[in-house]
Design a protein around this ligand. Structure first.
Ligand code: SAH
Length: 344
């Protein structure tokens, strides 16, 4: 048994995107990675106001979409199901006598089980899917994905004696990155830097955009990311709340890359869809009343310090406030809340 090789079925030379995809599939399918005992925190796990405020944001979108009496609420990568429970707590008194179906995309059996235990008896009807192709998009929908895209695989290219693509090889009991000549037809925007791109994300988003074009609908993605690809690698891995070498613990650390929202925006505009953002998480949440709700809840607590500290990290520019971006896409011309600071 060699834990560094097993999940790759003996392969010792593998493209970077395949390495990331196999590592993350193993990582998520074998554990609950969240919280103090796990590897990292996400916004909904840190503060209930994140889900509550986005629930009200979704309700606002729904009204502006013309209050469809039958619609789908879709979440991609629901983690522990905490976000959806917070959404529901904030919105259930408004969404009465409405035919809402919940559709969840989750590839991990471990997390799906946790989600089922938490949500199955509360949100009805609710359905789980392992692939986006299986989800039914035949009704108007609101789709939300927090920290989903950053787990999808990226490719790296560089220009050195022609175009080279990043691979990962196993030698001397360890994995390390290397470059090999590529036959792909890609023109690098800056020949002096590594070019990071994610065909997986682009293809995934093409599918979502197709669905968005067919129904009056809104999709919101929140993730680590940037509006303009300035070149360079953003590949990173987290284990036990520490950054680790992305190649050192395949399948045992969370390997991510920052999302190129600029590319997603262009792809949407090519399809005549409207986009909002990307804008940093801090102004997005703040304009939706995040701080007011946090202070209201804190005022009910005897000792609000840890609650306030955790809540603050969502909007602190040095924590998640700046690096995380909110990006929305819609086929309607409704004014989506939260993006009044959008300078794009
Ligand atoms: N949205 C949650 C969890 C983010 S972690 C939160 O904010 O707390 C990423 C989530 O996406 C996990 O639930 C993981 O199992 C799921 N996931 C990762 N890659 C996936 C894939 N390719 N298909 C479906 N789900 C995936």
């Amino acid at each position: 048994m060699n834990p560094l090789l097993d999940i790759f079925e003996g392969k010792k030379n593998i493209r970077l995107d395949a390495f990331m995809s196999i590592s993350n599939a193993h990582y998520y399918s074998t554990r609950d990675p969240f919280g103090a005992q796990g590897d990292f925190y996400t916004s909904p796990e840190l503060c209930q106001v994140f889900g509550e405020i986005l629930g009200l944001w979704a309700y606002d979108c729904w009204i502006k979409m013309g209050s469809p009496t039958s619609f789908h609420f879709i979440e991609l990568g629901p983690g522990r199901g905490t976000f959806l429970l917070d959404v529901w707590r904030a919105t259930q008194k408004y969404w009465t006598d409405i035919d809402i179906e919940f559709h969840l995309l989750e590839s991990s059996p471990v997390l799906q089980k946790i989600q089922k235990e938490k949500l199955e008896n509360i949100l009805k009807p609710i359905h789980w899917y392992k692939s986006i192709e299986s989800i039914s998009f035949d009704k108007p929908f609101i789709l939300i994905a927090n920290e989903f895209l950053d787990a999808l695989p990226v490719q790296h290219f560089k220009s050195e004696n022609g175009l080279q693509e990043a691979w990962v090889t196993y030698q001397n009991n360890q994995w390390s990155p290397c470059f090999k000549p590529s036959t792909q037809d890609i023109k690098l925007p800056d020949a002096t830097k590594i070019y990071e791109t994610s065909p997986s994300i682009l293809n995934f988003m093409k599918m979502i955009y197709e669905k968005l074009k067919q129904q009056s609908s809104v999709a919101l993605f929140i993730d680590y990311g940037y509006a303009e690809n300035l070149g360079g690698s953003s590949l990173q891995a987290i284990q036990k709340h520490q950054f680790v070498d992305p190649f050192a613990h395949p399948g045992e650390s969370d390997i991510t890359a920052h999302v190129d929202f600029g590319a997603l925006k262009k792809l949407a505009h090519d399809r005549a869809l409207n986009t909002l953002g990307p804008i940093p998480q801090s102004p997005f949440l703040t304009s939706l009343g995040f701080q007011e709700r946090v202070h209201f809840l804190a005022s009910k607590l005897d000792n609000p310090h840890s609650f306030l500290r955790a809540s603050r990290s969502l909007i602190d520019p040095l924590a998640m406030g700046q690096l995380f971006k909110a990006f929305a896409i819609t086929n309607t011309d409704i004014i989506i809340s939260g993006f009044s600071n959008d300078k794009n």
